[in-house]
Design a protein around this ligand. Structure first.
Ligand code: HEM
Length: 404
């Protein structure tokens, strides 16, 4: 039906999604071995349905799990199996609830709000550097410099280590896409190994000398018996990796949306209090993580069709967000869209833990940019998107700026 790794799909996935939503039943995608759900109603209700789980462990025997691991090419990578494949995101039910509870408070709206001045100070310093230049490459010079440093500060890892953590994060996230080549597999496994070695050293330091950071909270939870050591490492890794590339990507596509909608940009300059809704619209318009899966833990009926227990479904969050049944003028970027019940952060038990932080980052960076930059100009009229189904982001976004 479509090639998820093609350049054509990368440049315009939305016309493919439009066609998929016309189908009266889920469309099977061989490359990911799953049945695709693309309409808002189906995607949203499946993400909320407790029968639809992230992990086979919730209902399958060891033989079936091993077979699926082989099919997904997730076998023979011991570090990845231990620290990535069984992270909080890949658990369900009680185990998932216990792991999520440990970090839930630190990511609540109220707690994340306490980091506002830290993020603002970091963004101010970053812009002091970047705005010395008229021509910048927005993705690398600006977007990529933010998320790792912020989450690193919250977790408590040294600032100078953040570039390395970004490389490892990207190598791990990349392997969730359809392109599971031996080279990508080797990279994902070695990045996980490096992450483990790095994190266990940081964890040992907190065990000896507790500090006030999130890593210390996690170490404390291990001491109280709320997390095993493996869970402690996998949770830290997930927090560092999960919000890295996704934030970089939505900063790039959000900037592009503003540039392609100059009236909106002008309106936002005059109405800075609209930035919160504009940021939500950036997530809806180009969901940076457009695809996640679920397994049916029982026999289920989806879109009127029966599927046996164990069936794998693909949730196209990126398509649901452009469904005109759920969003008027779904293909238009409207900074004042409200309500905006997009599913870019998922729904239900696995709703993105970092969504308050992601929105705070975007709010601060775009608000500050509009104050400090008088005009933005695209230096490439057709910026390229990276190929892939699981993440959506620009390869680069060359801009010309005129400081205010
Ligand atoms: C910037 C954009 C981000 C997007 C679009 C995004 C999207 C998502 C989505 C869709 C899920 C649910 C996956 C599913 O339905 O199976 C998720 C889960 C998660 N996200 Fe995010 N995320 C972002 C940023 C962050 C950040 C900044 C962090 C951490 C600091 C983070 C940490 C997590 C964690 C830990 C989970 C797993 C939650 C669970 O399983 O209970 N994310 N994210």
């Amino acid at each position: 039906m479509f090639d998820p790794l093609s350049q054509a799909f990368a440049q315009d996935p939305y016309s493919v999604y439009d066609r998929l939503r016309q189908s009266p039943e889920p469309v099977f995608l061989g490359a990911m071995n799953c049945h695709l759900l693309s309409r808002y109603e189906d995607v949203e209700s499946t993400a909320r349905n407790p029968v639809m789980v992230r992990s086979l462990q919730a209902f399958a025997d060891d033989k079936t799990i091993a077979e699926q691991q082989r099919q997904a090419n997730f076998h023979d990578m011991p570090n990845h199996e231990q620290f990535v494949q069984f992270s909080m995101l890949e658990r369900d039910g009680e185990v998932h609830r216990r792991m999520r509870m440990v970090v839930l408070r630190a990511f609540s709206k109220a707690f994340i709000e306490k980091h506002r001045s830290m993020v603002q100070n970091y963004v101010n310093g970053l812009l002091d550097q970047v705005l010395q230049y008229r021509d910048i490459e927005f993705v690398e010079d600006l977007a990529a410099q933010l998320p790792g440093h912020i989450i690193g500060k919250i977790l408590g890892v040294p600032d100078e280590d953040c570039p390395l953590l970004r490389v490892w994060s990207e190598e791990i996230v990349q392997y969730f896409d359809a392109d599971r080549t031996p080279e990508n597999k080797a990279r994902a496994e070695s990045a996980t190994r490096n992450f483990y070695t790095y994190l266990i050293d940081q964890i040992d330091q907190r065990r000896k000398t507790p500090t006030g950071d999130l890593l210390t909270t996690l170490v404390q939870a291990e001491k109280n018996g709320e997390l095993s050591e493996t869970e402690l490492v996998s949770t830290s890794l997930l927090i560092l990796a999960g919000g890295h590339g996704s934030t970089i990507d939505v900063l790039g596509t959000g900037m592009l949306a503003l540039l392609r909608n100059p009236e909106t940009l002008k309106h936002l300059r005059g109405n800075p209090n609209l930035m919160g809704t504009a940021v939500q619209e950036m997530f809806r318009y180009d969901a940076p993580l457009p695809f996640f899966h679920r397994y049916a833990s029982e026999d289920v009926t989806v879109m009127g069709q029966d599927f046996p227990k164990g069936t794998k479904f693909g949730l196209l969050y990126g398509s649901a967000n452009r469904d005109s049944e759920a969003f008027p003028d779904a293909h238009q970027f409207r900074a004042d869209r409200f309500p905006n019940r997009h599913v870019a952060f998922g729904r239900g038990a696995h709703l993105c833990l970092g969504n308050n932080l992601a929105r705070l980052n975007l709010d601060i960076i775009f608000s500050t940019l509009l104050q400090r930059v008088a005009s933005f100009e695209l230096r490439d009229s057709e910026p390229q998107f990276r190929t892939g189904l699981s993440s959506r982001g620009l390869v680069s976004l060359p801009l010309r700026l005129r400081p205010a």
